[in-house]
Design a protein around this ligand. Structure first.
Ligand code: FES
Length: 151
């Protein structure tokens, strides 16, 4: 095989790759996006939770804090989910068994903040496995970003 043929083969391969990339273009992306939307629409991973009396949805396996943020609920989380501040503490009124077990880090943080009890969890650590009812102990004060425009 000569070097010239090798170049021709490489050129053909490059052309083939470019054609494949063209197929993925906007139309391909639109199809994939529509397919993804269809998957999300079924929402098998959505869990109904009640947070301070508001019925919202959490992602199965996601933290209570993530659900609160996603649903624009007011809950302090000063340390950014590092189990240091304890400001994300919540009281679980119903469905304690539907949360992941407490980790040693979470227990230590709750003990440090004199809040270790079976009904108290750190929203940044407790992951939702099923329906729960939660009451925030330190609701966030003030406006959330973007709230001024909503009014
Ligand atoms: S956000 Fe600080 S302990 Fe959860």
């Amino acid at each position: 095989m000569s070097a010239r043929l090798d170049e021709a083969e490489i050129a053909a391969m490059l052309r083939g790759s470019a054609d494949a990339a063209r197929d993925v273009g906007p139309a391909g992306l639109r199809e994939r996006f529509a397919a993804r939307l269809g998957e999300v629409a079924v929402r098998p991973d959505a869990v109904p939770i009640e947070f301070d009396g508001r019925k919202v949805e959490a992602r199965r396996g996601g933290t209570i804090l993530a659900a609160a943020i996603k649903n624009r609920l007011r809950l302090m989380h000063v340390c950014g989910a590092r189990t240091l501040c304890g400001t994300c503490r919540v009281k679980i009124d119903f469905g304690r068994e539907n949360l992941t077990p407490m980790s040693a880090k979470e227990k230590l943080s709750l003990r440090y903040h004199l809040s270790l009890s079976p009904r108290t969890r750190l929203a940044c650590q407790a992951r939702v496995e099923g329906p729960i009812e939660v009451e925030s102990l330190f609701p966030l004060c003030g406006d959330l970003p973007g709230e001024e425009q909503a009014r």
